[in-house]
Design a protein around this ligand. Sequence first.
Ligand code: PEP
Ligand code: MN
Length: 388
Amino acid sequence: MRDRISEALGRPAAQQPPWPDPEQVRSVSAFLATLPPLVTPDQVRRLRGDLAQVARGEAFLLQGGDCAETFAGNTPEHVRGTVATLGRMAAVLADEAGLPVITVGRLAGQYAKPRSRPVDGLGLPVYRGDIVNAAAPDAGSRVPDPVRMIEGYRNARATLGMLRSGHPADVYTSHEALLLDYERALLVTDPDEPGRPYAGSAHFLWIGERTRRPDGAHLAFAALLANPVGVKIGPGTRPDQVAEYVERLDPDGEPGRLTLISRMGSTRVRDVLPPLVERVAATGRQVVWQCDPMHGNTRESAIGYKTRHLDDIADEIEGFFAVHHALGSHPGGVHLELTGDDVTECLGGTRGITAHGLTGRYESLCDPRLNADQAMEVAHRVAALSKG
Ligand code: PEP
Ligand code: MN
């Protein structure tokens, strides 16, 4: 097993921090490996069963949370807000669409961010998420610090504590499996299933659009896991690539083992998605098809805020449902960046946030999130589409 893990992680790995001191990374990793996993194999097995239901068209997957969780923002109010919003959305979906809803938070570990450039607009090394460096705009803050992986673990544990106290316990956790030193250190072996390690960092992990190259370390890592896994697929994805993801990540044909997270953009989804869905259907495998209507619809406002318009988000979801309905395939879920906080990061919605209004309460260190009202509006639209 050790050899298989080393082989997987020895492959080219995009988006890893330029750690200044590899010896320190090794000692932090060794320490992390002594800590108990954040999730248990039993919980992960339960999620596997739930996602199998989604893959068969018998349930719906609702996933959401911050683009980037922060250590400073890891408060009971913030976490409660995210979970309460997901809970209200799930209730709308279950009531109006009549399907059981599986809820997964981008919670308790969504701390590492892939970036399009190694330096930011100020010429500083980019912020890569709180588990790697600090967002403050000075060179010292941006130096990757491996001790942050321990802080990440402790923060994730604190979030799990908040989830257990006072909220429905059936919210699963997830994050992008980006930071391989962290993910590797938290692998666990379950005596009941010794052939496949579990990621101890979250119930569900996904591979991002920027790290999904088939010969890379991230794909190989995901292939080893007993956890259900996702892959984000952008508008450049080809049918042969999705066929390869299915083959590599679901070799045993386990319904729901693989979630394909389509993030095409509202103008591309109706053209790009159909041949991908048809190619997967031809394999006979049952994946979860999930729509991320956020990441293909990001734009910059006139005064430089990264934003997304609710109309584009709704349009991409509508396109996603239309493609699946036309092909007789199950539009299994949505993957959203949202918060229960009353932020002004996305445009539009019933309260009509305008480009000028973005300045009011823009807090995300990374991508813009739906606020609670906008999230509910999306939930009602998804529910209406699910009814057909
Ligand atoms: C994200 O989910 O925050 C993200 C970076 O997505 P993608 O990999 O699809 O760009
Ligand atoms: Mn994002």
